[in-house]
Design a binder for this molecule. Structure first.
Ligand code: NAD
Ligand code: IPM
Ligand code: MN
Length: 353
């Protein structure tokens, strides 16, 4: 029986993971998949109470005791420097070496896009975000803090091994999924060392995938073009920071963060699955959060665990829920978080996966 750790976290993370849990239980019943769901109350509350976000022993247990981890979001106004989120979220990504941050972006309904003329098939992008290095490693420091001469250094660390494995993962995925093109987003014109490494590795590895088209684009130009011509993009590979920014931008093209799932992966190891969005303090506790990103994330998790049919059933149920207009206000609906979760559960029983 797959053992899954649920880590709701903070803010709307708690609300959307409750719905994802409900949907997992429903699909488990319909598809006869027994799931062992274990809740972990890591987050700001616990951090403030005990002064540590996650202990070494807890990290070890999360790493070795589960087949998958499903996280809501971390971030709380009471922790302004976000220390606990870094410890828990970046802690797991780095420590478990989950080097692929997979972020699929699909337009489920044209009315969700802020673009004037766009059909569902026009936006179907999969972002491969490097997840274990770049400017996220936390190497740096402050000098003369609090003075007019203050200096802040944040190092951008890029290794050949790290670049190669994310680039290869993108090409492998493209080939396996029958995708035609991989685009590298970089900033090699200004950041010559990191950008140069990415470009060289992209060309070298790309040679091994002659069946896949490849192009390298500066990330600023890509941000523009993705809005103007989203259909040009298929698989995108980017460093940690560029991938982070591009994934929010891409989500905006298809209806926003309430629909964007993601997976942190290292082939052969348990994955960490989370919606792309954060804890949204502006709407937390108001029953306004869209649970579909978390629900689609649960589907991504089941797919990775080998339950493709259950994953397809969830996706079909989400599409049916959307078709009937049973959505939260961010998608133009009038329902609450809880009610949308209920609709997905109901639809699960009727749809063919
Ligand atoms: P956010 O993703 O929480 O919110 C951005 C905007 O999108 C807000 O207006 C919010 O209301 C809206 N939104 C997000 N998810 C939504 C949903 N499911 N339904 C409806 N609307 C939704 O980003 P932020 O405001 O920059 O960050 C808030 C906190 O979350 C910060 O502490 C940040 O560091 C943290 N954060 C955590 C994660 C994570 O844990 N993976 C990801 C992003 C941000
Ligand atoms: C995300 C988030 C995180 C990131 C933050 C909360 C550190 O924005 O998962 O996209 O930048 O990776
Ligand atoms: Mn982000």
């Amino acid at each position: 029986m797959p053992r899954i750790a649920l880590i709701p976290g903070d803010g709307i993370g708690v609300e959307v993971v409750r719905q994802a849990r409900k949907v997992l239980s429903c699909v488990g019943e319909v598809e006869r998949i027994p799931l062992d769901l274990v809740q972990w109350d890591l987050g700001a509350e616990q951090y403030l109470a005990r002064g540590v976000a996650v202990t070494d022993a807890e990290m070890r247990e999360l790493e070795t005791g589960y087949d998958a981890l499903l996280l809501g979001a971390l971030g709380d106004p009471r922790v302004p420097d976000n220390a606990h989120a870094r410890e828990i979220l970046l802690g797991m990504r780095f420590r478990f070496d989950l080097y692929v941050n997979l972020r699929p972006v699909r337009l489920m309904d044209p009315s969700f896009s802020p673009l004037r003329t766009v059909a569902p098939e026009d936006v179907d992008i999969v972002i491969f975000r490097e997840n274990t290095e770049g400017v996220y490693v936390g190497l740096g420091g402050l000098f003369k803090r609090g003075t007019p001469d203050e200096v802040a250094i944040e190092e951008d660390v890029n290794t050949r091994k790290g670049v190669e494995r994310i680039v290869r993962a993108a090409f492998e995925y493209a080939r396996a999924a029958g995708r035609r093109r991989v685009t590298l987003a970089d900033k090699a014109n200004a950041m010559q060392f990191a950008g140069g490494l990415y470009r060289r590795v992209f060309a070298e590895v790309g040679e091994e995938y002659a069946d896949i088209e490849r192009e390298a684009i500066y990330v600023d130009a890509l941000a523009l073009d993705m809005v103007l011509h989203p259909a040009r993009y298929d698989v995108i590979v980017a460093s940690n920071l560029f991938g982070d920014i591009l994934s929010d931008l891409a989500a905006a093209l298809v209806g926003g963060l309430g629909l964007a799932p993601s997976a942190n992966l290292h082939p052969g190891k348990p994955g960490l699955f989370e919606p792309v969005h954060g804890s949204a303090p502006d709407i937390a506790g108001l029953d306004r959060a869209n649970p579909l990103a978390a629900i689609l994330t649960a589907a991504l998790m089941l797919e990775q665990l080998g339950y493709a049919q259950a994953a397809a059933r969830i996706e079909a149920a989400v599409r049916a829920t959307i078709r009937q207009g049973k959505t939260t206000p961010d998608l133009g609906g009038t329902l609450g978080t809880e009610a949308v979760g209920d609709w997905v559960c109901t639809a699960l029983r009727d749809v063919a996966p």
